[in-house]
Design a binder for this molecule. Structure first.
Ligand code: MSP
Length: 534
C-alpha cells in the first residue's frame, strides 16, 4: 500500500497523549507549551502545521482511578478531558487535533493496525511473568526496582506481580533493523544523552513485550481473541495516527497516513522514551510504515529543588500559575530558564525575578521609553523617517540584527528555546545600552535631529525584531508590541500571522517603515510584586 503522499511544506508534531487519571499537571503543560512554540515557529516559516495533542484513556490506571471514585471509566474520562481543553486555552495552545483514545474511530485504526502486525507474524501467545507498575503501565525489570519493590519513577508505589497468558509483540525480531535505523538517522533520538540511553538499552538485547492483558475490561478487545484486552500503550501510540484523520474521513490507515505521515516530531518526557524510540518504531516497521523523523525527550521539572508529587504536597498547579501571572509569563519562564532536554526547577522568587528583569524591565521599559522619546523629539508620531540603508552596518544593533534571524531559526529548529531567548535578549540589552550611550535627549538639545531619529529607529527596529522572534514563546506580548509599533498583526491569529508575517520577511533587520503610525505607549508586561514573605 503506498500511503505516503507528503509534500515538503508540512510539519506534524505531537505531545504525549496524557493520562486522564487526574487533571493536568505542570509536566503536561511543559511539553504542550514547547510543542506549541515549535508549531508556531513552523507556521511562521510558512509550513502547514498539524499540532496533535490529546488524552490516553484506557488501561488499569484509569480504570482504578474511576473505580476509586465509584464512577464508570468513560464517565470519569469525560469529566477529566475538559480540564485539559481548558488549560490549553488558558495557555494559548493552538493545537489542531485533540485525540482521545476512547473515540470509536480510534478503535477502527487500532484494529486495522493490529491486523497488519498479526499478518507480519509478529504477534504470538505466551506466559507473562513479571513486576508491573500500574502508574507507568509498564513491566519493570527486577534490577530496576527500588527497595520494597517500589517503582523507580513512582517511588511511593509498589509494583505488582503478574503471571498470566498474554499476547506478545516480537520486538526481538527488530533488534538489528532498529540498530541500523539509529545509525542511519543519528538525529532520530534527541538530545544526545537520551540517544545514548536508548542505544545502550537496545544493545543489551531486546525482549518481546506483551501487548494484551487479561482481567482488565477497560480497553479495546484483541481483535483475534476478545477475551484479552489490548495493552494500553499499544493502543495509545496509535492515537497519534488516528489524530491525522480528517474529521469526516472514514477511519482507515490509508486515510490517516495520507497527508501528514511520517510525523516530524514526537515531543515527550524522558520517562516514556523507550515506548517512543524503541517499541513504536518496531511496531511501525512490523506494519510496514515509514518511521517518524524525530523523538525529543525533555527533562523533568522539580519544585524548589524537590521532585513534585502529591504525597510531598508540593505540586504546582498550572491553572493557578497562569491565572496569577498570565500565559506568556508561564511560557517564557519554563522555556527561558530550563535547557530543553535537561531537568529544571521552578522556584517562585526566581520566576518573578526573571519575568521582571527580562519582560518588564529589559523589553517593556525599552519599548515604552523609546516610544515616548519619539513622541517628544520627532515631528510626527510615526516611525522616524530613516531609510534602513542610512544606518551603517557597523551600528551595534544592526550588526546583531542582521544575523539574529538566522541564528534564532537554528536554535528553534534544535529546540534550544533557552538559547533563542538568550540571543534575542542580547539584542534587547544592547539596545538599552545603546540608548544610554547615545543619549538622544542630548543629541536633541544639540539640534542633531537626524542622529536622534537614527538612534530611535535602530532601537524600535530592534524591539520589533525581538518581539517577532519571541512571538512563538510570548505571542500576547509580541502582538502588543507589534500593535504599538503600528502593525495590524496579532500573533494569536493563525491565518493572519501566516499571511502577514512570514519568517522570511519579518525575521530580518530593517522592516519598520516611516509609514507606520506608532500606537499609544502602554506597558506590555506589568512588573510583578515580590511575594510578601520573601
Ligand atoms: N499516557 C502516556 C503517554 C502516551 S503517548 C502515546 C503518559 N502520560 S502522562 O500523562 O503520564 O505523562 C505525560 C507527560 O508528562 C510525559 O511526557 C511525562 O514525561 C511528562 N511529565 C510527567 N511529570 C513530569 C514532570 N515532573 N516534569 C516534566 N514532565 C513530566 O505518559
Amino acid at each position: 500500500m503506498n500511503l505516503v503522499n507528503k509534500t515538503k511544506k508540512t510539519f506534524a508534531l505531537t505531545t504525549p497523549l496524557y493520562y486522564v487519571n487526574d487533571v493536568p499537571h505542570i509536566g503536561s503543560a511543559y511539553t504542550t507549551i514547547a510543542a506549541d512554540v515549535v508549531a508556531r515557529f513552523q507556521r511562521l516559516r510558512g509550513h502547514q502545521v498539524l499540532l496533535i495533542t490529546g488524552t490516553d484513556e484506557h488501561g488499569q490506571k484509569i480504570q482504578r482511578s474511576a473505580e476509586s471514585l465509584g464512577k464508570a471509566p468513560q464517565d470519569f474520562c469525560d469529566e477529566i478531558v475538559p480540564s485539559f481543553v481548558s488549560l490549553w486555552k488558558l495557555l494559548d495552545i493552538q493545537y489542531d487535533r485533540f485525540s482521545r483514545t476512547t473515540a470509536p474511530r480510534h478503535g477502527a485504526i487500532v484494529k486495522e493496525f493490529f491486523e497488519r502486525v498479526w499478518e507480519s507474524g509478529d504477534i504470538y501467545q505466551g506466559q507473562q511473568q513479571g513486576w508491573y507498575c500500574v502508574s507507568c503501565e509498564e513491566f519493570k525489570e527486577e534490577r530496576e526496582l527500588l527497595e520494597g519493590h517500589r517503582c523507580p519513577i513512582h517511588t511511593n508505589k509498589e509494583v505488582e506481580w503478574r503471571d498470566e497468558q498474554n499476547y506478545f509483540f516480537r520486538l526481538s525480531k527488530y533488534q538489528n533493523k532498529l540498530t541500523e535505523f539509529y545509525q542511519l538517522k543519528p538525529d532520530f533520538i534527541q538530545p544526545e544523552t537520551r540517544r545514548n540511553e536508548v542505544l545502550s538499552f537496545v544493545n543489551q538485547g531486546l525482549q518481546d513485550f506483551s501487548i494484551s492483558r487479561v482481567n482488565l475490561d477497560w480497553g479495546f478487545p484483541v481483535p483475534t481473541d476478545p477475551k484479552h484486552t489490548l495493552y494500553v500503550w499499544f493502543d495509545a501510540l496509535l492515537g497519534y495516527v488516528t489524530a491525522l484523520l480528517e474529521p469526516d474521513a472514514e477511519p482507515t490507515l490509508a486515510n490517516a497516513l495520507h497527508t501528514w505521515w511520517p510525523i516530524n516530531l514526537h515531543l515527550i518526557g524522558k520517562d516514556i522514551l523507550r515506548f517512543h524510540a524503541v517499541y513504536w518504531p518496531a511496531m511501525l516497521l512490523s506494519a510496514g510504515f515509514p518511521l517518524p523523523d524525530r523523538v525529543f525527550g525533555h527533562g523533568f521539572l522539580t519544585k524548589d529543588g524537590q521532585k513534585m508529587g502529591k504525597s510531598l504536597g508540593n505540586t504546582l498547579d498550572p491553572v493557578d500559575l497562569v491565572k496569577r501571572y498570565g500565559s506568556d509569563a508561564v511560557r517564557y519562564y519554563f522555556l527561558k530558564e530550563i535547557e530543553f532536554g535537561k531537568d529544571g526547577d521552578f522556584n517562585e522568587v526566581r520566576f518573578i525575578n526573571v519575568l521582571n528583569a527580562d519582560l518588564a524591565n529589559d523589553l517593556g521599559n525599552l519599548l515604552n521609553r523609546t516610544l515616548n522619546m519619539v513622541k517628544k523629539y520627532c515631528a510626527e508620531n510615526n516611525v522616524p523617517p530613516i531609510g534602513n540603508e542610512t544606518i551603517s552596518d557597523e551600528n551595534p544593533l544592526k550588526t546583531i540584527g542582521l544575523r539574529l534571524g538566522e541564528q534564532v531559526k537554528q536554535t528553534y529548529e534544535q529546540l534550544a528555546f533557552n538559547q533563542a531567548c538568550e540571543s534575542i535578549l542580547l539584542l534587547v540589552q544592547a539596545s538599552n545600552k545603546f540608548i544610554d550611550e547615545q543619549a538622544p535627549w542630548s543629541l536633541y538639545k544639540q539640534g542633531q535631529q537626524q542622529e536622534v531619529e537614527k538612534v530611535l529607529y535602530a532601537v524600535l527596529e530592534s524591539v520589533r525584531l525581538a518581539a517577532y522572534l519571541l512571538s512563538p514563546i510570548i505571542p500576547n506580548i509580541s502582538s502588543d508590541i507589534y500593535r504599538q509599533l503600528g502593525f495590524g498583526i496579532n500573533f494569536n491569529d493563525q491565518i493572519e500571522t501566516s499571511l502577514n508575517a512570514p519568517f522570511a520577511t519579518h525575521a530580518v533587520w530593517g522592516v519598520l517603515s516611516s509609514k507606520q503610525k506608532l500606537g499609544t505607549p502602554q506597558p506590555i508586561f506589568k512588573r510583578i510584586e515580590q511575594l510578601k514573605n520573601d
